[in-house]
Design a protein around this ligand. Structure first.
Ligand code: NA7
Length: 538
């Protein structure tokens, strides 16, 4: 174990959207800091998710950072919903523009973080055994960065290639002519299925529960259009600021009940053709908040699916029956439903024909055997808390964060957790990061954490910890908001649903804050204005 004698002021963990901006803020202050990331380069989620079809569901110009006018002027987005390779290029461009590479150490997986109360430092140790001492740790780990692969009997005996979408191999994957199985039809599965359906030989989709999905309506951005977008950046960001989810779509200011069915239909037809999350976010508020209105909108989208899928039985299998439109993270698609009209695409409904096992030749369901060359797990993530729990974090008196959060997540403003002093989280559980246009919330989070650090350092404090009162207040606020959401009982990572919850425990967790970006920002501002009166400093 190599010990580096000089403690850092701060260690940032993560080199994605949050880590890059956090590093920029620390470098502006001339702090002695280090940034670590498991991956071989910048990018986080955009470094890892290299599967075909991977792209933004947020309008590109709302996903980029807005903290630097120069950056906004220099970067041209080429598509309304930019694809992964371009997004990775963008993040590298930002890192290089602000000369941040010097602070980052890649291929560095943090294994443990141990709080030393005596001298008020964290010891951060990598899987290699290398260890660093630091006053503060800022975790920038992302919300969906711990892949979930289900344990299926015999999976290890499969003779072909098999991997999770998050671990798409670096070497080109041969898809042409191959028999490919995709397990999972969330946002990822829907992107990849639509993209590869016409490339592969045969595609078998193993679907447990279908998700609603509507067209992304992507298009290239011409240079003139980019100039126009650039001239409207302030206006665009102002809309994002007002929107609950940080997107450039605002709900309609008209009551559902005041309109005729014909008017609604015409409006929904128009929204169906609009970009991004318009049908979800630019709709009547009631379609999200009230069961009756939501049922009508769900029926409208179901009709659209029926119109697009030739085989009525397949169409019905693709229409969700267990939740209404928008009650889970809405995947956006490009000719996804049409993929099922192709003769080389088969949909397996796991609710009626579950997977029994995997063998060397493919997947065995209750009723059939599917011969496969390649199995793609699009089975999602240990969302929100997974990446933090993957690190052995020991706080005051050696207590583990994992243990503290065993029954439910508990934080102060999604930024700190009592018992773990000097550890700040950007995009942490119970912030708005899981529920919004990620970078919009990230910028707010980075700026708040940095202002807190400024305050602490100016006051010559060496220890900062969320108070119990502060944490109780925030847990109550998070629970109150989730308990009033129409989707509170829907199984999804939005509700922290855990099918393996212990007997007698709720399978739902309070992992995300559902009060919306504007309200969340007010809470953060109030904390700063009150001289952080719910944070103990010494
Ligand atoms: P999601 O949205 O969590 O989707 C995971 C999918 O995998 C979903 O369809 C699951 O079905 C399915 N799944 C999970 N476990 C199994 C097993 N054991 N058998 C069959 N199917 C399974 O993850 P994504 O990667 O698609 O999207 C994550 C986020 O990335 C997304 O929300 C965006 O923010 C970007 P289920 O619905 O549980 O029946």
């Amino acid at each position: 174990m190599s010990d580096h004698n000089k403690p850092y002021d701060a260690i940032v963990v993560g080199a994605g959207v949050a880590g890059i901006y956090q590093a920029k803020m620390l470098s502006d202050r001339g702090l002695n800091f280090l940034a670590l990331d498991t991956n071989a380069d910048f990018g986080g989620t955009w470094f890892k998710n290299r599967y075909p079809g991977c792209r933004f569901d947020s309008e590109s110009y709302t996903y980029g950072y807005k903290f630097s006018r120069e950056l906004l002027n220099e970067w041209d987005w080429k598509e309304h919903f930019s694809p992964q390779p371009e997004n990775l290029k963008y993040l590298n461009f930002v890192a290089d523009k602000f000369d941040l590479r010097q602070y980052f150490r890649f291929n560095s997986r943090v294994q443990s973080m141990v709080w030393r109360e005596d001298d008020r430092f964290w010891d951060v140790t990598l899987t290699t055994g290398e260890s660093y001492r630091t006053r503060f740790v800022i975790t920038c780990l992302g919300v969906l960065s711990e892949a979930f692969v289900p344990a299926i009997k015999g999976a290890e005996t499969f003779g072909g290639l098999a991997f999770h979408t998050y671990d798409w191999p670096d070497d080109p994957v041969q898809l042409e002519g191959q028999k490919v199985g995709v397990i999972g039809t969330g946002a990822t599965g829907i992107q990849i299925i639509a993209e590869i359906a016409d490339t592969v030989g045969e595609l078998t989709v193993f679907q447990r529960n279908p998700n609603w999905s509507v067209p992304l309506n992507n298009a290239p951005i011409s240079p003139d259009e980019m100039d126009d977008i650039r001239s409207r950046y302030d206006e665009i960001f102002e809309i994002c600021n007002q929107s609950q989810g940080g997107f450039c779509h605002l709900p309609l200011r008209r009551e559902f009940a005041d309109t005729t069915p014909q008017e609604r239909l015409a409006f929904w037809d128009e929204l169906y053709e609009r970009r991004g999350f318009a049908l979800l976010l630019a709709n009547y508020r009631e379609t999200f908040l009230e069961e009756g209105a939501n049922r009508q909108l769900s029926e409208y989208v179901a009709q659209r699916i029926r119109q697009r899928v030739n085989d009525p039985k397949v169409a019905e299998t693709l229409i969700p029956k267990d939740h209404g439109f928008g009650m889970r993270r809405l995947p956006l698609e490009t000719r996804y439903f049409e993929a099922y009209n192709r003769p080389n695409v088969t949909l397996v409904d796991l609710n009626h024909d579950p997977i029994n096992s995997i063998d060397s030749a493919g997947i065995q369901t209750a009723a059939n055997h599917y011969d496969l060359d390649l199995i793609i797990y699009a089975t999602g993530f240990e969302a929100t808390t997974g990446a933090l729990n993957a690190i052995d974090i020991k706080g005051v008196d050696g207590h583990a964060l994992k243990d503290k959060w065993r029954d439910d997540t508990s934080t102060y403003l999604g930024t700190m957790s009592r018992g773990f002093p000097n550890m700040m989280m950007v995009g942490g559980p119970q912030s708005v990061s899981g529920s919004t246009n990620y970078p919009q919330a990230i910028e707010t989070g980075v700026e708040w954490v940095t202002a807190l650090l400024d305050y602490v350092m100016e006051g010559n404090h060496t220890r900062v910890e969320a108070s119990q009162d502060g944490e109780d207040f925030w847990n109550a606020e998070v629970a109150h908001k989730q308990d009033h959401m129409p989707f509170r009982k829907v199984r999804s990572w939005f509700t922290g649903y855990n099918p393996n919850a212990a007997e007698g425990k709720s399978p739902f967790r309070y992992n995300n804050y559902w009060g919306g970006v504007p309200k969340y920002r007010k809470f953060l501002q109030r904390a700063a204005d009150s001289d952080y009166d719910q944070i103990e400093m010494s």
